[in-house]
Design a protein around this ligand. Sequence first.
Ligand SMILES: N[C@@H](CC=O)C(=O)O
Length: 311
Amino acid sequence: MKTTPVTEDDIARSVWAVPPVSLEPDGTHLNGPENAKLAAHIEAGGVSTLLYGGNANIYAMTHGTYSDLLDAIPDWAGADTWAIPSAGPDFGKLRDQAAMLARTRFPAAMLLPMTGPSSPQGTEAAIRDFADRAGMAAILYLRSDQMLLPDQIGALVDDGTVVAVKYAVETGDFTRDPYLDRMLSVVPRPRVVSGIGEIAAVPHLRSFGLASFTAGAVCIAPRRAMAVLAALKDRAVARATALTGPIQPLEDLRNEHGAIAVIHDAVTLSGVADMGAMTPHLSHVPDHVKDQIAAAVAPLLEQESDLTEPA
Ligand SMILES: N[C@@H](CC=O)C(=O)O
């Protein structure tokens, strides 16, 4: 697992896979072999960045599960993989988790987006406090244009507190985004990745020149996601768009029934690895939706062997 400081090349070299985490039926113990199996499947498709964040439902982890997760990720990730744990979202969790992260060798951790009461000034204070105590760079997960002012983000990046931004603000039109325009006037583009999956990545990377993208479907179809990234880097937008077509049925189900719950069950139903229990406040999708998910993921997995082998 990579332990050196994060560079712009690290940010751009791969799609950032956002895997679910496999839990035993009690919902608190990690299933090591199944998590390792999922990481190996993603890496075999050429992906070298694993972000344990929203889809891992870190929001719901007990202190003990979180501590076990930090110990286990280096065993699951390959030697060259950049693995990123997340923390938060609220200040109390950030304080507790920063102390645990300070004892690890991860070069950076992502802060989960705060949805409770907050102000931009308070959010900046929480980010700075976290990075100081954890002794590592922070990655921002921006889901709202109210979280921080662009100049605050610019200052956090300038002084090295923030090393990258996962940009997931939904404007209704991924090609027009005045807030992103303002942010990119003070934050270097190579530090910003699109944070909404393969389909949004096409307009985001084409229109704003972002460095890479995060995704959930990549956990099932890593070669496809890497081919989307390669096409976008070649400015082959039609090729990138065509490659995302087969992902649409799964993403439609995620939009309808919950992005985290559906990707968790989709990985299990694909046969790639058994993700096990889903922790409250989330729940497994109903059986009739499972049939639809299975139908959406089967072709994605089958078509992986038709796509170029990773170099
Ligand atoms: N939300 C996206 C990217 C992850 O953060 C996904 O799951 O596809």
